[in-house]
Design a protein around this ligand. Structure first.
Ligand SMILES: [Mg+2]
Length: 348
């Protein structure tokens, strides 16, 4: 075990940089993939110099994880924590229909932090980014006394004027979602109940929380159909994020419970941890899936696009004229308001 205190900031940064360059070399066909990534000047100077392709807009997002608030080092490996941080940022870019390209990450670590564990954390980030061809181009290391934290900023590209916003949905649009809502919340609840012991039986749900799949390819394919009017990623929870989309678009929504409740593994998990399935479906859950408002004329095209990528795309409701409220339509036709509470960092 070699700690940050033993080798100091500059040696730690040198090792982090060397490690990711070596890994990148192993991953890429070319030994140095620099130019192919649009990096004019990479790590080692005061700032990175990046060159976006002509005719594209840059899309930027950032996210931060704080120890014991967003992750528990006793439950997740450094690599898993890094992968989840990357997934959070990549998901925001996917929501905008942007392709991730460059990332900067900052870490606030205690002096007793093992340097190899930091390298593993960075590897988790870099591997997750590599799925979509993005790379880390720089970072920062800061010493902390108490809770550790990390932040990641990811820059992506989208054809000029084609970033997909939350606003743009209109009454009559269909609401569709990739994946299944609530599975990340169930995976988290199971992990809290079972610790690092992860039985095969729950793998699908635990993976939904620990290693959510990138939806960038799906987002780009759906955007290419020309029928997506608005999009958001599910990072707070299905109900909360659908409300965000409705508010931004200035419409209401109706969702069919039938389509959502039919998730046997989720129902089993709810029974296992003794919670109603609705808590997972409609409460906080960082599923990192896409929630979309789609022109009804484009339903078949979008289904085809998702199928081509082997991504589940479920049509679960519609946008309606009126205030930005969402109604749950029960299997028996009953109508009740959907509580918009998802994950709010200040009202937990
Ligand atoms: Mg988002």
């Amino acid at each position: 075990l070699t700690t940050l205190r033993e080798i100091g900031e500059f040696e730690a940064i040198r090792r982090l940089t060397r490690s990711r360059e070596e890994d990148r070399g192993d991953r890429a066909a070319a030994p140095r993939a620099g130019d192919a990534h649009g990096v004019i000047l990479g790590a080692g100077d005061d700032a990175a110099v990046l060159r976006p392709a002509e005719g594209l807009d840059l899309v930027a997002t950032t996210d931060a994880f704080v120890e014991r608030v967003h992750y528990d080092p006793a439950l997740l490996s450094p690599r898993e924590i890094g992968a989840r941080l990357a997934a959070a940022c990549v998901s925001d870019l996917a929501a905008m229909a942007a392709r991730p390209r460059w990332a900067l990450h900052s870490i606030g670590a205690r002096g007793d932090h093992d340097v190899d564990a930091l390298i593993d954390l960075q590897r988790g980030i870099a591997d997750a980014l590599a799925t979509d061809g993005a790379i880390i181009v720089g970072g920062n290391l800061a010493a902390v006394e108490d809770e550790e934290w990390m932040s990641l900023t990811v820059l992506g590209e989208v054809a000029r004027g084609h970033a997909r916003a939350r606003a743009g949905g209109v009454a009559g649009d269909l609401i569709a979602m990739t994946g299944r809502p609530g599975r990340a919340a169930a995976g988290l609840a199971l992990t809290l109940a079972l610790g690092r012991d992860r039985p095969e039986e729950w793998r699908e749900l635990i993976d939904a929380w620990i290693r959510p799949a990138s939806r960038v390819a799906a987002a780009l394919a759906l955007e290419a159909t020309g029928f997506v009017h608005a999009a958001i990623d599910v990072s707070d929870g299905f109900a909360a994020d659908l409300h965000h989309l409705c508010e931004a678009s200035g419409v209401g929504g109706e969702v069919e419970e039938r389509a959502l409740l039919d998730d046997p593994p989720l129902a089993r998990a709810a029974a296992k941890v003794g919670r109603p399935i609705e808590r997972f479906l409609f409460g906080p859950s960082d599923d990192y899936e896409l929630l979309l408002a789609i022109d009804p004329a484009g339903r078949a095209r979008c289904e085809q696009a998702a199928r081509g990528l082997d991504v589940r795309l479920e049509f679960i409701g519609r946008l309606v004229a009126g205030a930005p409220r969402v109604i749950r339509v029960g299997v028996d036709g009953s109508r009740r308001p959907l509580d918009p509470r998802g994950w709010d960092h200040y009202q937990r």
